[in-house]
Design a protein around this ligand. Structure first.
Ligand SMILES: C[S@@+](CC[C@H](N)C(=O)[O-])C[C@H]1O[C@@H](n2cnc3c(N)ncnc32)[C@H](O)[C@@H]1O
Length: 381
């Protein structure tokens, strides 16, 4: 008898790699800090409520009606520009990256809502894990959000729907704003550096004429965006991958003969780290550009300070910068996202509890107040 085969398998797990150990330690530290973070969020909420109450009281004491003041808040104008967050990358992400992405979508929504000029914001491929998370963990709060559309279809079908809306005869598709009008007078919306090779060998296929108003943004594109154009849809990859999947979005666009372009970061900034930005930052940069028509200003106000970006010519020590980036910077993005995700989840479960109370008493009027996104943003601030 083969005694070996009668023995239970006592295989010892393979030793962990240094990186895996580092990740595990980070996760343990993160988990251990959960209560502290919850406490801090609660304190911040209290502080904010007290501050708002005090400010309100001070206004009333000065004879100012706070309600009137609120009405004068900055108006937001819809611009004829579409931004699509393409969330069709589920299989390329780990669980915690999906959580991160859902926070980024939330932030893109609240940035768009608060922007001086807002875009037609759509979330494409909203059908698998991310949809499940919004539905089950975040309590469907997105269903109350205005000015954002969640669609199961792909980015091309979303672009078709936005196109229809933007060309509405009654003008409801958006107002031609100064930055877009100015940009119309300039010659070319993008440039191609001929020394820059295509990320995929061989000539690019001819563009799909029916979708020539769709631009997939990708840091791997050999084309550089000079400006945003009216009646155009910009697609941002809804992907958190720590750049494991280099060139993925470029390939996806090219397969469908869709234009691609990268942001002109290198023309305006000297970076100490990679020029690959998080999804919500790319959305925010486009919103800032709509407001000021200036990439430099947009980059400076959105790109996180830790990326070490400086405007070219302004105190930039080495104009040759722009390295491959410090490892771990995306870890930090992800930690922030996860903190925010926890806040959103806490808020969603609070809302659920509130809802339950409402159902029980049947007398309370629903809280029209802040969405989880706004709350999360304030918590972050
Ligand atoms: C974290 S990145 C994903 C990187 C991914 N490996 C890829 O294939 O694009 C998220 C998305 O933001 C946009 N993005 C990030 N940096 C960009 C840049 N420098 N220029 C243009 N788009 C950028 C792209 O749409 C990208 O898909």
């Amino acid at each position: 008898m083969d005694t070996k085969s009668d023995q239970p398998a006592t295989s010892t797990p393979p030793p962990m790699s240094k990186n895996a150990l580092k990740r595990l330690r980070k996760q343990e530290e993160w988990d251990a800090g959960k209560d502290d973070r919850r406490k801090r969020r609660k304190e911040k909420r209290h502080e904010r409520k007290t501050r708002v109450r005090d400010e309100r009281a001070a206004l009333i004491a000065q004879g100012v009606d706070p309600a009137e003041l609120k009405k004068k808040k900055q108006v937001s104008t819809l611009a004829p520009v579409g931004i699509i967050v393409d969330c069709d990358f589920e299989d390329y992400m780990m669980d915690k990256e999906r959580v991160s992405l859902s926070s980024q979508v939330t932030r893109a929504y609240s940035d768009n809502k608060a922007a001086r000029y807002r875009s037609h914001l759509w979330v494409a491929g909203f059908n698998k894990g991310i949809a499940k998370r919004f539905h089950e963990v975040l309590g469907d709060q997105h269903k109350n959000w205005k000015g954002i559309w969640f669609d199961e279809g792909d980015y091309i079908s979303c672009a078709a729907k936005i196109r229809e809306r933007m060309s509405a005869a009654d003008g409801s598709g958006g107002e031609m704003i100064e930055s877009l009008q100015r940009s119309l007078d300039e010659p070319c919306a993008w440039t191609r550096d001929e020394t820059d090779p295509f990320p995929i060998p061989g000539p690019e296929p001819p563009l799909d004429e029916a979708n020539k108003d769709v631009v997939y943004l990708s840091s791997d594109s050999p084309y550089t965006l000079e400006r945003l154009e009216p009646n155009t849809c910009y697609v941002v990859g809804g992907l958190v991958d720590k750049n494991r999947e280099k060139g993925l979005c470029y390939r996806r666009a090219r397969e469908k003969s869709i234009r691609t372009a990268r942001l002109p970061i290198g023309q305006f900034m000297v970076m100490q780290s990679r020029q690959v930005l998080a999804t919500n930052h790319v959305v925010e940069i486009m919103l800032k550009w709509l407001e000021c028509g200036d990439w430099g200003q947009a980059f400076l106000s959105v790109i996180p300070k830790r990326k070490g970006g400086k405007l070219r010519g302004e105190n930039a020590e080495s104009e040759g910068g722009d390295g491959e980036g410090a490892d771990g910077e995306e870890d930090e993005d992800q930690d922030e996202d996860q903190d925010e995700a926890e806040a959103e989840e806490a808020k969603a479960s609070e809302n659920k509890e509130e809802d339950a109370v409402e159902v029980e008493t049947s007398t309370n009027v629903g809280d029209e107040g802040k969405s989880g996104a706004e709350e999360a943003k304030e918590t972050q601030a």
